[in-house]
Design a protein around this ligand. Structure first.
Ligand code: AP5
Ligand code: MG
Length: 215
């Protein structure tokens, strides 16, 4: 099954994509995580992407489409995949459609997570991510057992560089201008399942698994 998670910053795409990936056994493909890894490794692409990410702007379509095409061609995507944070613009959606059609494949479902703006600003301000395994926490809504240490692997938890309130508001604006039109695009294709992202994390996962038929 080939799934897209759509939703504004902080709507829970990463949290839910990880849970659903573990439940259904399809890899989570997060363009944000891949770009952050490139920044950490200081690759030429990472060095270029960093200033755009820190400003809350999108990285160029060409760069992101290139990394997703390469990722989708790997063998672990053959039975299915979960895209988290891609596509984010209409050109990205068109490029995805042609890449998949070259492989005789298509998107099966688009999960659209709905949340209100003030809640996402609060969620992002409290988000902490494990440096080693990528597990996400929230200092208030989903805290680790020991402050700043991952429950799963004991790694350090960190705050993302683009999570300052001013940058988060910019990311929300970029979302409504460039990404929200994709909800219409995929609705017209009959693929969108809308999920209320304001519920507890486990309630959101239950609802997603139900609409995907995995529960
Ligand atoms: P990306 O990493 O994709 O960030 P984003 O879309 O801004 O979304 P976030 O990762 O901030 O939020 P999320 O929806 O994953 O929420 P999460 O699960 O973490 O992109 C970052 C940047 O990379 C972009 O700005 C851009 O520059 C670049 N980029 C990436 N993809 C690109 C593309 N395709 N094209 C161009 N540029 C691209 O949850 C947030 C917090 O809330 C966590 O602490 C979590 O524990 C908590 N939480 C989650 N669910 C709940 C709940 N139900 N109740 C309470 N708390 C919850
Ligand atoms: Mg994310």
């Amino acid at each position: 099954m080939n799934i897209i998670f759509l939703g504004p910053p902080g709507s829970g795409k990463g949290t839910q994509a990880k849970i659903v990936s573990e439940r259904l056994g399809f890899p989570q493909i997060s363009t944000g995580d891949m770009l952050r890894a490139a920044v950490r490794e200081q690759t030429p692409m990472g060095l270029k992407a960093k200033s755009m990410m820190d400003a809350g702007q999108l990285v160029s379509d060409a760069v992101v489409i290139g990394i997703v095409r390469e990722r989708l061609s790997r063998s672990d995507c053959q039975k299915g995949f979960i895209l988290d944070g891609f596509p984010r613009t209409l050109p990205q959606a068109h490029a995805l459609r042609s890449a998949l059609s070259e492989m005789n494949r298509q998107i099966d479902a688009v999960i659209s997570l709905e949340v209100d703006e003030e809640s996402v600003v609060r969620r992002i301000a409290g988000r902490r991510t494990c440096r080693d395994c990528g597990k996400m926490y929230h200092v208030e809504y989903d805290p680790p057992a020991v402050v700043d240490l991952c429950d799963v692997c004991g790694g350090d938890l960190f705050l993302r560089d683009d999570d300052k309130e001013e940058t988060v508001r910019r990311r929300l604006q970029v979302y409504s201008e460039q990404t929200a039109p994709l909800v219409d695009y995929y609705t017209k294709a009959g693929l969108v399942c809308t999920v209320d992202g304001m519920q507890d994390i486990s309630e959101v996962s239950d609802q997603i698994l139900k609409v995907l038929g995995g529960n």
